[in-house]
Design a protein around this ligand. Structure first.
Ligand code: FAQ
Length: 328
């Protein structure tokens, strides 16, 4: 009888111990368990400081890219070759503004204000995608931007739909739907030019020649040189690496170029039967880092224009605040 009671008591102790163990899981353990089980991290959940900072950096860089990315295309609104082309381009540029809005809102859930993020962009503490520091010289560039730049952005963003931070992941779902329309409008422009007069075909080829390498640079440095990848993969902020995504983009884009009779400007490009992927030439990393560090062809113009547009729009923000206070 005594023995039974002892066992019974032990069982209770064990059970209590188990409950205690669960309750005593540290915040970090609970966070890691959610990451492991693909449960999204939400704004009010505990998260390590480095995870928060990583997301603040990446999401704001992403938001800045969407907004700065309006400038190279804005350059062509007044010179679009038809009313149809103008309306489509305007709609696309407005979408990019919207993407910036979702992303700033999502980034604000990490406890940092939009004005702080914007100040970091304007004072050049924060980066934005290197691609937007190249000029758009002809109408064919509108085709190349939609086809290649939006095309590269989609490959990256489809992967980011699975990112571990809830607000970022949800923003990506809507953004991806819109980006695929953007990619198609760019491909339509470049295809029409490639099918046009010899001069138009030459303009299309020239746009591809200038935008190809900067587009594949959008995926960032090789994995071995990507300082942020280790944490990003560990925390499932990224689910695929820079090189994996770049390869995906290259594999699908080469066929699209072939269909419209344009040539990818890379003499080392060839199909590899063993890897089932295209091999491609070495990226000019000096050019990449030069642009990332602020010395590309249009870095200064882009920031100066952003500051001016932001100052010109101050009255809108003031009016919105006054209206909110009045109706508060
Ligand atoms: N440009 O260790 P990693 C669009 C920086 S949206 C500039 O590999 P990470 C839509 C990186 O920040 C395009 N900087 O870094 C559109 C880091 O610097 P930090 C934007 C770059 O974060 C279309 C350092 O180098 N998309 O186009 C670039 O793991 C048409 C070390 O690099 C996104 O932002 C670069 N290309 O990987 C709009 C997607 N690459 O901060 C208008 C979200 C690297 O340590 C018109 N972001 N750096 O000082 C990402 O997926 C990642 O942040 C990567 C970089 C892949 C960009």
């Amino acid at each position: 009888m005594t023995l039974v009671i002892v066992f019974y008591d032990l069982k209770i102790v064990n059970c209590e111990l188990n409950i205690k163990t669960n309750n005593n899981m540290s915040d970090l353990e609970k966070f890691l368990e959610k990451i492991e089980e693909n449960i999204k991290i939400e704004p009010k959940d505990w998260m390590p400081d480095d995870y928060r900072k990583h997301l603040q950096r990446q999401m704001s860089q992403h938001a800045h890219s969407e907004v700065i990315g309006m400038q190279p295309e804005g350059n062509w609104v007044l010179r679009a070759p038809s009313l149809r082309a103008k309306v489509i381009l305007l709609a696309k540029i407005q979408d990019e503004a919207g993407h910036g809005q979702y992303l700033y809102s999502a980034a604000e859930t990490l406890g940092k204000s939009r004005s702080t993020y914007i100040n970091e962009l304007q004072t050049r503490k924060a980066k934005y995608s290197s691609i937007f520091n190249y000029p758009t010289l002809t109408w064919a560039d509108m085709g190349a931007v939609g086809w290649l730049v939006d095309g590269a952005a989609i490959v990256n963003q489809v992967s980011l739909q699975k990112t571990s931070y809830g607000p970022y992941s949800r923003a990506m779902v809507k953004i991806c739907k819109e980006e695929s329309f953007h990619q198609r409008q760019g491909y339509e422009i470049i295809s029409n030019m490639a099918k046009g007069t010899p001069e138009q075909k030459q303009m299309a080829q020239d746009a591809l020649d200038r935008f190809w390498w900067p587009s594949i640079m959008m995926f960032g440095p090789h994995d071995a040189d990507s300082s942020r990848s280790e944490n990003a993969m560990k925390w499932k902020i990224k689910n695929e690496t820079n090189d994996q995504l770049r390869q995906k983009f290259i594999d699908k884009t080469i066929q699209q170029a072939e269909i419209i009779g344009l040539t990818i400007p890379d003499k080392d490009l060839r199909w590899n039967d063993e890897t089932n992927h295209y091999d491609f030439g070495e990226i000019d990393w000096d050019e990449f880092w030069n642009v990332v560090k602020g010395n590309g062809p249009c870095n200064d113009d882009r920031i100066e224009h952003h500051i001016k547009a932001h100052e010109d729009g101050a009255w809108v923000r003031e009016a919105a605040i006054a209206y909110a206070e009045k109706n508060g």
